[in-house]
Design a protein around this ligand. Structure first.
Ligand SMILES: [Zn+2]
Length: 269
């Protein structure tokens, strides 16, 4: 279950399936004042000056009590790599220049927050536990349609398993993203999903409305990928929120025609 928390003026969602400190930020709170970024924009280079973006990120750090100055969130490239990061990378992409780009992170280091930026794409936070229920490693993934089709969610599961974590001990929160109500796609998109994920995915997660338009369910695809690679479905929490339906609460790439800020999904071991 997802809960909307308001702390120190910052509103964010958290999932009851995760033990680790984490959040899916919204646009409520923060210091951005431009029309298209108004609120809690955490993305650099979208109109806000860097100082404002940093103030917003620090407000999130404070609200969820993250160690300050360490969050990692590097430029995202719609790839499928889930990269192992350590304390040496602390602050990359936020407090210091990023020396790499990627769309997913895994870490077993304590005190190292990892975050993915989204505004319609699917943010996925995972934690892997030992048999006693202690969190061994955490993972954050940015899954747009390309990342979804390249099965970045499967790569996250594999990374956690490579650390000795059993699949039944993996817990996952799939955060707010554009939903099937708003995510109209083209025929080429449907073909790409069929090519990369198979006909079942196309049939199950791409719906045709009465006018013949196609709509895709990215959260559903990621849920299916996770369960088909062994994560128990009862361990997975899926947000019901659509980022395009609620412009007061979320930035939306589709809803704002690309001129928008971004939210962050962040987790800490
Ligand atoms: Zn919607």
């Amino acid at each position: 279950m997802f809960e909307l928390i308001n702390k120190n003026g910052v509103s964010y969602f958290r999932s009851t399936v995760l033990k680790s400190k984490h959040c899916f930020s919204t646009r409520l709170g923060g210091f951005s004042i431009l029309d298209h970024t108004r609120g809690l924009n955490i993305a650099f280079g979208r109109g806000d000056d860097d100082e404002t973006v940093l103030k917003n990120i620090m407000a999130i750090e404070k609200a969820i009590e993250l160690p300050s100055g360490r969050i990692i969130s590097v430029p995202q490239i719609h790839g499928a790599e889930v990269r192992s990061v350590t304390m040496r990378d602390a602050g990359a992409g936020v407090y210091k220049k990023a020396e790499f780009e990627c769309d997913g992170y895994v870490t077993s280091d304590c005190g190292l927050p990892i975050g993915v930026k989204t505004a319609d794409c699917v943010p996925i936070l995972l934690e892997g536990r030992d048999n006693e229920g202690n969190v061994v490693a955490v993972c954050a993934v940015h899954a747009g349609w390309r990342g979804t089709a390249s099965k970045i969610a499967k790569n996250a599961v594999e990374k956690l398993c490579s650390l000795g974590i059993r699949k039944e001990n993996i817990y996952v929160a799939i955060g707010p993203s554009i939903d099937v109500c708003c995510y109209e796609v083209g025929v080429d998109f449907a073909c790409e999903i069929e090519n990369k994920l198979g006909q079942n995915y196309k049939n199950k997660f791409i719906k045709r409305n009465e006018n013949g338009s196609l709509y895709a369910d990215l959260k559903g695809m990621n849920f299916e990928i996770l369960t088909s690679f062994g994560v128990p479905k009862e361990n997975i929490d899926v947000s019901e929120k659509c980022t395009c339906c609620d412009p007061e609460l979320f930035y939306s790439h589709r809803g704002q025609n690309g001129k928008r800020g971004a939210m962050i999904g962040v987790i800490l071991k």
